[in-house]
Ligand binder design. Structure first.
Ligand SMILES: [Zn+2]
Ligand SMILES: [Zn+2]
Length: 110
């Protein structure tokens, strides 16, 4: 199953019913907030920030519960469990800061 292909009928951030279901699962106002969310990016490289934003815009990271998200790999074949300080992708398991974690932080800061 490709989590990114799910069509959301409720906003992932505020839970309101979406009049027009959106692929990324956010209502227009919440999407704006998510994209503008202020996160400390000092620990991340520019390409990681870009990847994290793309992940969010593509709807490839979705909330699972409280601070845990499901992130879809770039090629769509794998999913990872992602939290702001941990991730089950290869980099995350080695203790590196991956862009999945950054995306989770951005979503939680919104
Ligand atoms: Zn909303
Ligand atoms: Zn990761």
């Amino acid at each position: 199953m490709n989590a990114a292909a799910t069509t959301h009928t409720n906003c992932l951030r505020c839970g309101r019913t979406l009049r027009n279901p959106t692929p990324d699962g956010y209502g227009p106002k919440c999407r704006t907030k998510v994209r503008k969310a202020a996160v400390d990016l000092a620990d991340y490289k520019a390409h990681q920030v870009t990847s994290a934003r793309e992940l969010i815009e593509d709807g490839a990271i979705i909330p699972l519960r409280s601070v845990v998200f499901i992130a879809v790999s770039t090629d769509g074949t794998e999913t990872y469990r992602t939290a702001p300080t941990a991730c089950t992708c290869k980099a995350g398991l080695k203790g590196s800061r991956c862009y999945h974690q950054l995306a989770a932080r951005m979503l939680l800061a919104a």
